[in-house]
Design a protein around this ligand. Structure first.
Ligand SMILES: [Zn+2]
Ligand SMILES: [Zn+2]
Ligand SMILES: [Zn+2]
Length: 147
């Protein structure tokens, strides 16, 4: 999704209002960073992108909690000691994470529908699958070159 600047702000304002949250400049700034980066971000990176003087760690943390509750962001577990967050409005997709340097790449599609369907057919206790996670781990090119 590429939106021109004002349209993008309007979109974020609507998104926040729908979630019964006030469209504060800080919240808009955080959403802009999440939109721009196109990969899950940690609290520390988010704070760095906004500017450490402008927002403290606890504020980013609380914001991500409330955004997650309201379905604005999704929490992604990439086996780091900390969580990563990305916009939940993005279509179902997955990630590859480098086991050495932690670099993350988006895989911008999902082909798991047949597997999900098969799993549901074989389940004896479940009638619905509402979500799934699928994360890949490997070695990125620059880490491989260092070998
Ligand atoms: Zn992603
Ligand atoms: Zn790497
Ligand atoms: Zn998927």
């Amino acid at each position: 999704m590429i939106l021109i600047k004002d349209k993008q702000i309007d979109y974020f304002v609507t998104l926040l209002h729908k979630a019964s949250l006030k469209a504060t400049p800080t919240r808009i700034a955080v959403l802009k960073v999440l939109e721009k980066e196109h990969k899950p971000l940690s609290i520390a990176i988010l704070q760095k992108r906004i500017g450490e003087q402008k927002i403290d760690t606890a504020t980013v943390y609380r914001m991500m909690q409330s955004f997650q509750e309201k379905g604005i962001v999704r929490r992604v577990d990439l086996r780091h000691t900390h969580a990563h967050y990305e916009l939940a409005t993005r279509a179902d997709h997955h990630h590859i994470t480098c086991e050495r340097c932690g670099k993350i790449e988006d895989i911008p599609w999902c082909d798991l529908a047949p597997i999900v369907k098969k799993a549901l057919c074989q389940s004896v206790t479940f009638t619905q699958i509402t979500d799934h996670t699928f994360e890949l781990f490997g070695i990125c090119r620059s880490c491989a070159d260092e070998e």
